[in-house]
Design a protein around this ligand. Structure first.
Ligand SMILES: C[S@@+](CC[C@H](N)C(=O)[O-])C[C@H]1O[C@@H](n2cnc3c(N)ncnc32)[C@H](O)[C@@H]1O
Length: 273
């Protein structure tokens, strides 16, 4: 029978093992109630590899000394959902309350967990719009993610029209170039926006070869997958990399209310050092 028609069984022990590996490698906590997600997403991977059981997959994983399959597994199990100007209140806040206070020549933002690039490119557009003299200043947005696949998409910076629904028409016209018409319209982010963004692979739970201080860090919709101790460690490390008065933006479903931290609360999902 073709592998396509088999319903694959994921035993408790196999799920435990996968959860342990994922937690150790990237901090994502799958233990509580994520069996179905793991099974559904990895089943697709097994099918692509034409493997007939999770037992075979575990062996395949162990045999692969290059670490490539582990990276693919992590990619498969992480959620990369993002969009331009997602959680738009943050961009409003940035424009109205953060940018006017940035008087130094040097401006540094960090999009930590940038997925396919929509977040850092949205930040770059806001910077360009608000600071006409941006090219005369030392401005950089560091954008990092654990997923090589997502970074590849961000490097290409080409997006289908349906992904650009939240980009106002006037900004679409100004900062994107249409690169294909059929079968779907695609747009590429212009160099003047891409040029402000440095993309790099970085695992947030490992050490960071990063020099601060940052004026603002955006770590949105990433920590939700981590457990409390991992989140608290991360938030403390962000605090250390922000300059006094620097802002931390988290996802709206990731309040730091239950966490130990040194930040002052500003408004939902916005904190200041
Ligand atoms: C849901 S996306 C969020 C994207 C964007 N920040 C936003 O809010 O739209 C989460 C991203 O976090 C990344 N991620 C998960 N664990 C990570 C880790 N340990 N280190 C770095 N990035 C990680 C995933 O690869 C994914 O691209």
């Amino acid at each position: 029978m073709s592998v396509d028609f088999l319903s694959l069984e994921l035993s408790e022990a196999q799920f435990e093992k996968i959860s342990r590996v994922v937690y150790r490698l990237c901090g994502i906590n799958l233990r509580h109630g994520k069996e179905e997600l793991v099974k559904a997403r990895l089943t697709k991977r097994l099918r692509a590899l034409k493997l007939g059981s999770f037992e075979e997959y575990m062996k395949y994983l162990e045999r692969d000394r290059s670490g490539q399959e582990l990276a693919i597994m992590i990619d498969t199990l992480t959620t990369n959902k993002t969009s331009f100007f997602r959680e738009s209140q943050h961009f409003e806040y940035l424009r109205q309350r953060v940018l006017p206070g940035l008087t130094s020549d040097r401006i540094r933002f960090w999009s930590a967990g940038c997925s396919s690039g929509e977040e850092p490119f949205s930040l770059a557009i806001v910077l360009r719009e608000a600071l006409p003299e941006v090219d005369q200043r030392d401005v950089r947005i560091l954008a990092t993610d654990i997923s090589e696949d997502m970074l590849e998409t961000a490097r290409a910076a080409v997006y289908e029209e349906e992904k650009l629904g939240d980009v106002p028409a006037q900004l679409l016209q100004k900062y994107f170039t249409r690169v294909s018409h059929k079968p779907v319209r695609k747009y590429r982010v212009k160099d003047e926006v891409r040029g402000l963004v440095r993309l790099a692979k970085l695992n947030l739970i490992e050490s960071w070869p990063i020099r601060g201080p940052f004026d603002a860090i955006f770590c949105r919709n990433v920590m939700i997958y981590f457990d409390q101790p991992t989140r608290e460690r991360l938030v403390q490390r962000f605090w250390e990399l922000l300059r006094p008065g620097g802002h931390l933006f988290v996802g709206h479903s990731e309040s730091l209310r239950a966490s130990q931290h040194q930040f002052a609360y500003v408004q939902p999902a916005v904190y200041v050092r």
